[in-house]
Design a protein. Sequence first.
Length: 464
Amino acid sequence: MNGSAALRRLPSVDRLLRALEARGTVAAFSRRAVAACVREVLTAARAHVRAAGVEVGEAALLGEVETLLERRLGGTLRPAINATGIILHTNLGRAPLGVGARAAVEAAAAGYSTLEIDLETGERGSRHAHLEGLLTAVTGAEAGIAVNNAAAAVTLSLAALAPGAAVAVSRGELVEIGGSFRLPEVMAQSGARLAEVGTTNRTYLADYEAALDAGAAALLKVHRSNFIQRGFVHDVPLAELVALGRRRGVSVVYDLGGGCLVDLRAVGLPAEPTVQEAVAAGADLVLFSGDKLLGGPQAGVVVGRRNPVDRCRSHPLARALRLDKLDVAALAATLRAYLDPDRAWAEIPVLALLRRPPAVRRRLARRLARAAAAALGSNAVVDVVATEGEMGGGTLPGAVIASSAVRIRPTRERPEAWAARLRRGTPPVIGLVRDRALLLDVLALLPGENTQLARALRSLARDA
Ligand SMILES: *Cc1c(COP(=O)(O)O)cnc(C)c1O
């Protein structure tokens, strides 16, 4: 192929723009953005033609422009189907919101709201007012506020209660949450100093006492939310730490992580310490996430005794870490469901998924497998396998949730290729590849998603 002839045959900017106008791309992204992208793609195409001497077709160029626009300016945050078998998948946005929370977000987003106004006086009010009554009602605490996430709650509490001072933490509780969140590093940002006590596997009350003798100003207990210690292990129960804190006049902060408000043994899971228990044990502050076991929006809840909560609320950092109005709306609606635990189990998607019986999961998987087998024909061998699902989100480590998955073994292609194709579909479907098979676990499938998943499998068949 003659390179200069191929160069001449490249379409003009105008021609591509007209084609993109007809395809609706200009309306979606603006003429200016599309034109800039067309020029960029044409420049690259010219270089490619010069180097390789090959023809570049118009359809390929248009596709490239659209892909680039979509990636840079399009909606990259899209709804996706979680077929991983992990309910609180951090990469997939943790907890899906319930109907009540979604409606509350919509209402708060659509117009003005009473976010920070006292309707009695007309004066400025507090956004925390929307949450405090609910937080105290469902946790039994005297007071409560919420900030951006649990990491922010840790930072704020230590900054408010132990500024510039040492805080005693067991060496067995220096948790890394993932995504490079390490508790000691977050703590350091608060201005408090970490005073490590005990050893990795054994920490005694005397270790905390020694830290207080050396000047520590607060005691921090961290729930080992995402790992288990077994064997020669000892740690100090919260109630004993609380008694020590009272005796010595220092605050006890408990970073609970998960924020469980219900008894998970009701669905055959191991008992997870609940917020209510931690509050009842007398911790000055209990901190937890909004979007883990609570099943609400991203948030970091701080509940506990009146005085320490007020100190958090009035600390300057609270302004920087505050929750936005959409999350206030979603969190309030989520908490409202917990006023009645039966309603919470039914309405909070994370809890409803946990409560779905294994037999229902199996039936769901069988139905999907039939759709997959019909769609994929001789392109794949399809069956249903038992799987061990997880709660995820750094909660309930080691707890297994009996689930089922559709197992798809392509006859000619690699399962990774099919997994990638499902990820790139609309909506993206995120499955797993195990033992040379594509697994689509039904554990975290929300109502209605099996139909969408079946449709995705049919388009997989068309591409195969
Ligand atoms: C998850 C977790 C956090 C961080 O929570 P985010 O809401 O993600 O900031 C902090 N502490 C513990 C113990 C956790 O499990």
